[in-house]
Design a protein around this ligand. Structure first.
Ligand SMILES: Cc1cc2nc3c(=O)[nH]c(=O)nc-3n(C[C@H](O)[C@H](O)[C@H](O)COP(=O)(O)OP(=O)(O)OC[C@H]3O[C@@H](n4cnc5c(N)ncnc54)[C@H](O)[C@@H]3O)c2cc1C
Length: 403
């Protein structure tokens, strides 16, 4: 389904990418499911050649500069082919690339962005640690400024592209800042993985996202030049929060892509499968279930589109709740829709004779976790809803005190 909220140019682009991905990426989806990283790497290179790693980047760095709506269209269409391929692309082009585009210096952009948009290099973003999952303020990786260098010690885990990345935007706690609030000390630096002191300590086996490279890494007395600071010292938490809005929009779009791809297979199958002397699509138990699925997929698409349009219109504050709504709804929608598709295909699903179980249904729980759990999205939504009441409480407080 399309939407009147897409421009004619966006609709044309969506159709073009859909057809291109079916022809060029689909053959790589099967090896990716079987854990073949080379297939995923090849898909990333093809995406880059097609300009799909540069929607948010300026043409002078090899991008197309089209913005987040285009990025969400790409995310939906590539996720419809394979989750590992899309996560690899999204993380390199956008989760690594967006903070660099927004907060990087001209020298940093010139040095790194063309390598990312061309697919020559792979980017990653490293926030999560053993004690810092949902609560990123608990990160303990230490960054110490010594003259013209930052010295990094610590670890990161669950890092997408981590085992293969050339460059990582790494977040840690700058020890040279006195502020007792750890959030105000979190600082981002760009680290090249060929630097001495960088080590991969685990490559995870994955469920649903096979083929992607997700790793744990350690940093031991790793030295990077101060020119690699991302934004300002102590600005890391702010950078992460703005990056996460865009990440959630990409993830929500990916949920739409996975669900739509499963749905298309189930809808067609329901018209072909005959039981009790009629296509099962004529049974309302089946067709009403699919009607609900189509409605929920489209609802997520529109929520995602709204959040993406807000970012493109520089309405960052409004986009926070919109992005979390799209992502939270999207993760639950994907679980429901892919379950429904499995039920519709029945034996055909369980025997892996279509992509519904191996590609889409198994990817659904991954989306619950990556980019912040669905609980955390709901936490953000309620926090934003109650904000005006908190402001009123603050205003009332002094009066109450004087009484
Ligand atoms: C495949 C994969 C790829 C990933 N890629 C990256 C990456 O590229 N870079 C990166 O930095 N990280 C990455 N992550 C990490 C991911 O962002 C975290 O796993 C996620 O944020 C959850 O953290 P956690 O796993 O430590 O869960 P925890 O934070 O330990 O959560 C445990 C449970 O508590 C709930 N919970 C916690 N706090 C709250 C709260 N305040 N309110 C309600 N419920 C709460 C959670 O929802 C969950 O149910 C990846 C993870 C996976 C699995």
């Amino acid at each position: 389904m399309s939407s009147v909220f897409y421009s004619a140019e966006e609709k044309k682009f969506k159709k073009e990418i859909h057809e291109w991905a079916q022809e060029n990426l689909k053959p790589l989806a099967k090896p990716a499911i079987n854990g073949d990283y080379n297939a995923v790497r090849k898909a990333l290179k093809l995406c880059a050649e097609k300009g799909l790693c540069g929607a948010i980047h300026d043409p002078k760095y090899g991008g197309t500069g089209k913005g987040i709506v285009w990025e969400s269209i790409i995310a939906e269409e590539i996720a419809g082919i394979n989750g590992a391929i899309e996560m690899t692309r999204l993380v390199s082009a956008t989760l690594f690339g967006m903070p660099l585009t927004t907060y990087g210096t001209e020298e940093q952009k010139q040095k790194y962005l063309p390598k990312i948009t061309s697919g020559e290099w792979i980017g990653a973003i490293a926030m999560t640690e053993e004690n810092a999952g949902s609560d990123l303020s608990m990160m303990q990786t230490q960054i110490v400024r010594e003259g013209d260098e930052y010295v990094i010690n610590g670890h990161k885990r669950y890092i997408t592209n981590g085992g293969e990345a050339d460059i990582i935007s790494l977040y840690g706690v700058l020890q040279n800042i006195e502020d007792p609030n750890p959030r105000k000390r979190i600082t981002g630096v760009l680290v090249e993985t060929k630097t001495k002191g960088f080590k991969i300590t685990e490559r995870y086996d994955l469920s649903g996202m096979e083929g992607a490279s997700v790793a744990r890494m350690e940093f031991k007395d790793m030295r990077v030049p101060v020119e690699n600071l991302l934004g300002k010292e102590g600005q890391g938490f702010t950078i992460l929060m703005s990056e996460l809005n865009v990440e959630r929009i990409g993830m929500a779009a990916a949920c739409v892509g996975h669900a739509q791809a499963a749905f298309d297979i189930a809808l067609k199958y329901s018209t072909e499968r005959v039981q009790f002397k009629r296509p099962v699509s004529t049974l309302e138990g089946v067709s009403f279930r699919l009607a609900d699925c189509a409605t929920k997929i489209q609802a997520t698409r529109l929520l995602t589109l709204e959040a993406a349009k807000m970012i493109d219109a520089h309405k960052e504050k409004e986009a926070t709740i919109a992005a979390s709504m799209a992502f939270a709804y999207g993760t639950e929608m994907e679980i429901e829709v892919t379950n429904c598709c499995v039920m519709t295909l029945a034996g055909e699903a369980i025997t892996h004779r279509t992509d519904v179980v191996p590609v889409m249904w198994r990817m659904a729980p991954v989306m619950w976790v990556v980019g912040g759990t669905t609980d955390i999205q709901k936490f953000i939504i309620q926090r934003e809803l109650y904000k005006p009441f908190k402001k009123k409480e603050k205003k009332v407080a002094p009066e109450a005190k004087s009484k």
